[in-house]
Write a protein that binds this ligand. Structure first.
Ligand SMILES: [Zn+2]
Length: 63
């Protein structure tokens, strides 16, 4: 059993398991391009550009 990481389609958070740990939504994609790790969403320009408001690992592009 291999648990693949998925990208939440709602908030783009990358997570393992049954549902998104960030927002609790279940729609997710296993096909995503790139990932960023946000340590400080308030000071991260990239996080700001992507509209990310929390820390964690996020998919740059998912479909
Ligand atoms: Zn989510």
């Amino acid at each position: 059993m291999v648990s693949k990481d998925k990208a939440c389609l709602n908030c783009r958070s990358i997570y393992f398991g049954d549902k998104c740990l960030n927002c609790g939504e279940t729609p997710a994609s296993e096909t995503f391009k790139g990932r960023i790790h946000v340590f400080n969403s308030e000071k991260s320009e990239m996080a700001d550009n992507m509209g990310l408001r929390s820390e964690g690992e996020f998919a740059i592009k998912s479909k």
